[in-house]
Ligand binder design. Structure first.
Ligand SMILES: [Zn+2]
Length: 426
């Protein structure tokens, strides 16, 4: 209920602003009509219909001299002048994120086709409807897609087929974040090959880069009149040292570097999204370090944080930064696809938030509202038949005590955000 009130309040704000604007405009048009302005321009209407009726109710003898606008042009729809600075313009975009994409050997073995190519699309078949719903979907591609030419490999040093990229894009992924503890697994060769392939797919990436210039270029994506800048960082690289002079290969967490990037990102885009590869593996609550970093990012003015790495779900939260800035944090979205064992490591999900941009009087305001989540389960049997199943629809055959698991997963995810909506499978 609390969430609904919040939601309604947020959504009424533009309408209240619109009503205020209408009252002001009505006042203006009264002045205008007194000087004969409306009468002389009744062919090209500048004010909305609502104002006409307000004017009609006004006492006075002006109506005779200046007939109501809808009489002057009975069939034409009055046009609202979009250039009017006092008219608020509201647009909304749903931003989505999925958990870790970890392509272990059994997964790429099963995807191999007789002609030597790979098809990962069956894995996403049951969640593709939900993945395509948000206008912008971000994935944490944890294993570099260096391609089979340099030799595929699994844990502890991953290298995955290029075709993982095709399948993700086909399923609805619009952006990949690449800064994680496996970025350097197979060295620069795998990174460069992967980045070349993401470029070929025209799928923007962040967190691992070809060179310094590539790293300096903050990626932005626009949807529905709202621009997003996406940044990505990792706590480390599993002890593999970053090659000397090649810091651009992977973005490491460093508060000063992040702060400088966020400042630039704020100038380039309406919304700043930061992917953080952080936390301790298999811990189902964010630790103090994650919470401190989230607060620092909120203070910087980051709008949404997408956390990954623990391989299990951690409950999301709102974090308040300086000047009351509110940041939504998905602390960990778990494993979206992997071959890890154990129920908790096979549970992940898709998170959504709505981004609302209101422009009025030359000012722009961004609000993050309506956080939502769909828990998923990676089904497989005897290291085959890998597919991501919406937990809500999982059968007892697919997941032991499926209904109970689904309920406890949602209540876990609602620990700090009780009004977190459930995204039903499409
Ligand atoms: Zn990781």
């Amino acid at each position: 209920m609390k969430g609904e009130v919040f939601y309604i309040r947020k959504y009424w704000m533009p309408y209240i602003a619109l009503l205020l604007a209408a009252v002001i405009l009505a006042g203006c048009s009264q002045l205008r009509s007194q000087s004969g302005y409306v009468g002389s321009t009744s062919g090209s209407v500048e004010i909305p219909v609502k104002l006409d009726s307000a004017e009609g109710e006004r006492p006075g003898g002006e109506e005779e001299a200046q007939p109501p606008i809808d009489q002057a042009s009975p069939d034409s729809e009055p046009e609202i002048d979009q250039s009017d600075a006092s008219e608020p313009v509201v647009s909304t975009v749903t931003l989505g994120a999925i958990g870790d994409v970890l392509i272990h050997r059994p997964i790429y073995r099963e995807a191999e086709q007789p002609d030597g190519t790979y098809d990962f699309s069956p894995i996403f078949q049951e969640v593709v409807g939900t993945m395509r719903k948000p206008e912008l979907l971000i994935a944490n591609e944890e294993t570099m897609i260096g391609g089979k030419e340099i030799g595929l490999s699994t844990y502890p040093r991953f290298n995955s087929p290029h075709e993982v990229g095709d399948a993700l894009q086909e399923a609805g992924v619009d952006f990949v974040t690449l800064a994680n503890n496996h970025t350097l697994d197979r060295g620069e060769k795998a990174i460069q090959s992967a980045l070349k392939y993401w470029d070929k797919l025209r799928l923007p990436y962040a967190g691992a880069y070809k060179n310094q210039e590539d790293q300096a270029e903050i990626r932005t994506v626009s949807r529905n009149g709202i621009s997003f800048a996406v940044l990505a960082y990792t706590y480390g690289t599993n002890g593999i040292p970053v090659p000397a002079g090649k810091d651009y290969l992977v973005n490491l967490i460093d508060a000063d570097a992040i702060s400088a990037d966020v400042e630039r990102a704020k100038e380039l885009a309406d919304v700043v999204v930061v992917a953080m590869h952080w936390g301790k593996e298999y811990e189902d609550r964010p630790n103090a370090e994650q919470q401190t970093l989230a607060k620092q990012l909120a203070d910087m003015g980051v709008d949404v944080i997408i956390g990954n790495h623990p391989h299990v779900l951690q409950p999301p939260a709102w974090v308040e930064g300086q000047d009351g800035h509110r940041t939504f944090v998905f602390y960990s979205l778990g494993n979206f696809i992997s071959s890890q064992e154990g129920t908790k490591k096979r549970i992940g999900g898709i998170g959504f938030v709505d981004v609302v941009k209101t422009t009025a009087g030359g000012r722009t305001a961004i609000e993050i509202v309506n956080p939502a989540f769909m828990p998923t389960y990676t089904y497989y049997k005897n290291w085959k038949d890998y597919r991501i199943v919406p937990m809500e629809l999982a059968t007892a055959d697919e997941l032991n005590q499926a209904k109970q698991q689904f309920k406890s997963t949602m209540s876990h995810m609602r620990s700090d955000v009780p009004d977190l909506s459930l995204i039903h499978a499409e």
